[in-house]
Design a binder for this molecule. Structure first.
Ligand code: ADP
Length: 561
């Protein structure tokens, strides 16, 4: 029988010694998401959430108003029959209403289920059915999508369009209107004192292989994660920060930022539906953003826009890049603009923060160039997360910067079991196998060498696609690159580069290979460099290597001769 892992050590220690437990005399308040909202209302009530409204214009409201509207929504949900555990699907961009939903839904003990609208309609119907969503809150932009989807979603009893009556979309005639729903409801709510281990949010992985899998977060895991992601060596989030999450709230639990910002009173800046370079750039310039977060493709779009405009960001201090490896060239480009890249690693299954590239006293002693280069590593675990790398037989590998193995993780905000799954997703000691391959150096800095499925096997040796991408991006005529393993009749697989050149730049395959020649072992030298205008992006803005592998599967079939 599977036991909850985080009770194991104390359970072992105390077995048979109950007479000797000395209970503490400290208060025992459950860690609840409603507590974050109450704190924001009372102590950061004037702080703002600002963002592009889908109806047009920039919408601004205080945390006091956010709390009041979340309470109104909670009352409306209760009136409509939502209960503890009711799943509430959300298909929406980052907006103030989306934020209210997170708090209003969690507050009453229901479960906020963010759904990635970029998934295929088949996957969307699967997820909504699997979660058994009874409500579906949707942005006006997704009205046509939901209208088409609705017949495949028998669990859904209420569709609510997140707008006002003036903007009711024609596609969803019978749908409820968000603003009408909350109007006139009381602005306070006597939140239930739930068990902190009860579920508050649900997020599915993007399902690049097989059906998406649900990760069911708890109040406790999200409150602890909010503290972890805000810690100095995590996101370093505080009340003077202005945070621009360019990661959608439907990706990996919104990277925990909607909780962390309200917990610490940081201003939140939302992009609405436009997660692109120009929108990010203008919000950073106009709203005094100190911290932005996004995947590398978004970070690149922002850099390109700032370059085009020739602007200097007035207040941007940090950019948290996660989701895929940030190449050195990108970290350097931000550094030149006075912005520190904090390279983080995490997954939907880890809420998501696992590690951060924040420096230690020792690593900060290096030269500037060494310190920038060190940020290519995904870094050290934040407190609460434990890591190890293991060989294929399970042996734990040393932290020597050389040994490469399967990255395993555990902690109070790491999943134990997928939603609706039969058995645990972790081993008996609670370790979750991330599917990533990594090494850890003497100072505890972890570096992802690849996703297990992206590693390239050539002539019996492993080639890291991430390392090669990093090197190719170091060539100043290249803006983006993906390296994939392409089946080869003799070598099993060979690396092939798919690259995007800098705008208005001529570059040849020979130049790129020449650039790489003295940087890699001969075996690692890619067979071909293919130029393209854009790399295919998946539902969360990451480069979709599986698409590239399918597209170029036959490229080297005649190569043996
Ligand atoms: P999906 O599986 O839908 O892409 P996630 O965002 O949860 O959803 O993906 C987690 C994976 O993203 C990790 O297992 C890892 O492979 C990759 N990843 C996350 N952060 C980084 C990073 N900084 N560098 C390299 N890979 C990363």
């Amino acid at each position: 029988m599977f036991a909850p892992i985080w009770t194991l050590p104390s359970a072992k220690l105390l077995a048979g010694r109950h007479d000797r437990i000395m209970l503490s005399l400290m208060q025992d308040a459950p860690l609840l998401v409603s507590g974050i909202l109450d704190h924001a209302r009372r102590w950061h009530g004037n702080q703002e959430v600002v963002g592009h409204a889908l109806e047009g214009g920039l919408h601004r409201q205080s945390y006091r108003a956010t709390a009041a509207r979340s309470c109104q929504l909670a009352h409306a949900l209760t009136d409509l029959g939502a209960q503890i555990g009711t799943r509430i699907g959300i298909i929406a961009w980052n907006t103030h209403r989306h934020l209210e939903l997170w708090y209003g839904v969690s507050g009453i003990g229901a479960v906020a289920h963010d759904i990635n609208p970029r998934l295929s309609s088949q996957q969307l119907a699967y997820i909504i059915g699997h979660a058994h969503d009874e409500f579906l809150f949707v942005d006006i932009t997704f009205a046509p999508l939901v209208a088409a989807l609705r017949p495949q979603c028998p669990s859904v009893k209420h569709v609510v369009v997140m707008t006002d009556a003036a903007h009711q979309p024609e596609d969803l005639p019978g749908a409820l209107i968000y603003e009408d729903l909350i109007a006139g409801q009381p602005e306070t709510y006597d939140w239930p004192q739930l068990d902190e281990r009860s579920a508050n949010a649900l997020c599915y992985t993007s399902g690049t292989t097989g059906n998406p899998k649900g990760v069911l977060y708890s109040h406790r895991s999200n409150v602890l994660h909010a503290l972890g992601v805000s810690a100095k060596d995590g996101g370093n989030i505080g009340a003077r920060d202005v945070i621009l999450p360019a990661a959608p709230m439907f990706h990996a639990n919104g990277w925990g930022i909607p909780y962390a910002a309200l917990a610490h009173g940081a201003k939140l800046v939302f992009t609405g539906r436009h997660i692109d370079g120009p929108t990010l750039h203008s919000l950073i310039m106009e709203e005094g953003v100190t911290l932005a977060l996004g995947v590398p493709t978004i970070a690149l779009a922002l850099l390109e826009e700032a370059e085009r405009k020739g602007d200097v960001w007035p207040g941007l201090e940090r950019f948290i890049i996660a989701g895929s490896a940030a190449p050195l060239s990108m970290i350097e480009a931000f550094d030149k603009r006075g912005v520190e890249v904090v390279h983080c690693w995490g997954m939907t299954e880890t809420s998501p923060i696992g590690t951060s590239s924040a420096e230690t006293a020792r690593s900060a002693q290096g030269s500037h160039a060494e310190r920038i280069a060190a940020r290519v590593k995904q870094g050290r675990p934040v407190f609460g997360v434990d890591l190890k790398i293991t060989a294929s037989d399970g042996t734990v590998l040393p932290h020597d910067g050389q040994s490469i193995g399967a990255l395993k993780v555990r902690g109070p905000w790491v999943l134990k079991q997928y939603f609706g799954a039969e058995g645990p997703a972790v081993d008996t000691d609670g370790w979750f196998d991330t599917g990533d391959i990594a090494c850890i150096d003497e100072d505890g800095f972890m570096q992802i060498t690849d996703r297990a499925k992206d590693l390239i096997k050539s002539g019996g040796e492993w080639i890291s696609s991430v390392d090669l991408e990093n090197m190719v991006c170091g060539y100043d005529k290249i803006s983006q690159a993906a390296v994939i393993g392409v089946p080869h009749p003799k070598w099993d697989e060979r690396p092939v580069v798919i690259a995007v050149a800098n705008p208005e730049t001529q570059v040849s395959q020979e130049e790129v290979l020449d650039f790489l020649k003295d940087k890699v072992a001969k075996l690692w030298l890619p067979d071909t460099v293919i130029f393209t205008d854009a790399l295919p992006l998946g539902a969360t803005g990451k480069v979709q290597k599986s698409d590239l592998r399918a597209q170029y599967a036959d490229l080297l079939q005649s190569a043996a001769s």
